[in-house]
Design a protein around this ligand. Structure first.
Ligand SMILES: Cc1ncc(COP(=O)(O)O)c(C=O)c1O
Length: 386
């Protein structure tokens, strides 16, 4: 019997009490001074997280809306676009560009492997007319973080517009939007920001604005120019997801109170602990070593373990909700989210519950080795810090 679900999926993430309370208030005029102040605070805070001085637009949509806005504002039908992909979200980015009539040039890597910057350089050289490059920072479907700094450097030095899907990374994993030469970065409120789904955050560089002026895809709801014009008046063009804005404001305050470097270090610590726990339980980590994500861990279960049965028992017996595989990895993988308002005890809980279920399913005895591995991982870090 669990009294509250432990949401260990890679988003939506658990909401801290403070964030929940921030939404428990009446609606306000979205064209009034109070909302203008909230929008200003969110924009300034998000700029600090993105590490950008560029425009930061707040769109009412999930993360995909932010990504769609990038394609709608930057790409013209028939134009070549390079998409570097190594998982389901990269696939989706490619499909999105294709839906807008782009001629998609795919640079594809096996799932679980990162995009290689040298290969990106070759593809860009071969496609001089592809002005826009679409990259995925954190590939949530495989639990892998791409070498974004190098990829962006390659694309920038080839004078392309660099667009980054940072939906499941930004605010949990460091990104230096301006310093790394990223023109457009996109995130979503329901990830490390500790807010519910409903707002996309999009940074737009001057180079991206110049491209925007030339691009000819149809756009209306996601027209960046409209968003910027209204933002300068302290508003959004259309009615914003107001409760999510209240929550995002509070989530940002919490990120700043903890300190961004501490937030990143906590995510790294929790990733290592989750990896240690799953490996001790006989799971095989899916993403290549050196590129494993700090926000989500993907792992192939021990032989004979039915992922659907595991997830069902975790949920019904222990109230622990984890994700399965996506696309071609459906049924073959588990994904444990550890982003946002997550701490060491939460990792202990999910690993402990998995261990109990393994015993129940006759896969392995629950002898405490998963939890011991998590503890050793956490204590190793603590001891090193002393
Ligand atoms: C890397 C990545 N891109 C895009 C998305 C899609 O975001 P949304 O579901 O908010 O539209 C997600 C969601 O999990 C994601 O992790």
């Amino acid at each position: 019997m669990a009294f509250q679900s432990q949401l260990r999926i890679p988003g939506p993430t658990p909401l801290p009490d403070r964030v929940v309370r921030s939404m428990s208030r009446p609606m306000i005029d979205h064209r009034g001074a109070e909302f203008a102040a909230i929008l200003a605070e969110i924009t300034a805070g998000a700029r600090r997280v993105f590490k950008t001085k560029s425009d930061l637009l707040l769109l009412t949509s999930s993360g995909t809306g932010g990504l769609e806005s990038a394609v709608a504002n930057l790409v013209s039908p028939g134009e070549q676009v390079v998409v570097a992909l190594c998982g389901n979200f990269g696939e989706r980015f490619a499909a999105l560009a294709a839906a807008y009539g782009a001629d998609v040039v795919r640079l594809e890597f096996e799932w679980g492997r990162p995009v290689d910057p040298d290969d990106l350089a070759v593809v860009l050289e071969r496609h001089p007319n592809a002005h826009v490059v679409l990259l995925t920072h954190n590939e949530t479907s495989t639990g892998l973080t791409n070498p974004l700094r190098e990829l962006a450097r390659v694309a920038r030095s080839a004078e392309r517009i660099v667009v980054v899907d940072g939906v499941s990374s930004i605010s949990s994993i460091d990104i230096e939007t301006d310093a790394w030469g990223i023109d457009v970065a996109v995130s979503g409120s329901q990830k490390g920001w500790m807010a519910p789904p409903g707002l996309a955050l999009v940074s737009v560089s001057d180079r991206a604005w110049a491209q925007q002026a030339k691009a000819r895809s149809p756009r209306f709801y996601f027209d960046w120019k409209e968003a910027k014009t209204w933002a300068e008046k302290g508003m959004t063009p259309f009615t914003p997801a107001m409760p999510v804005a209240f929550a995002l404001q509070e989530g940002l305050r919490m990120l700043e109170e903890e300190g961004l470097d501490n937030v990143y270090e906590r995510h790294a610590r929790l990733a290592r602990a989750t990896q240690a726990g799953l490996e001790a339980l006989g799971f095989q980590l899916f993403a290549r070593e050196g590129y494993r994500s700090n926000t989500v861990t993907s792992a192939v279960p021990p032989h004979g373990l039915d992922v659907a049965a595991l997830r069902k028992l975790l949920d019904t017996r222990y109230g622990v909700v984890i994700a399965g595989g996506q696309g071609k990895m459906t049924g073959k993988m588990v994904r444990v989210g550890h982003l946002g308002a997550v701490a060491e005890g939460d990792v202990v809980q999910v690993i402990w519950a998995i261990e109990q279920v393994l015993e129940e399913l006759d896969i392995a005895p629950a002898d405490g080795r998963g939890v011991a591995a998590v503890t050793a991982s956490v204590q190793g870090v603590t001891a090193a810090a002393r």
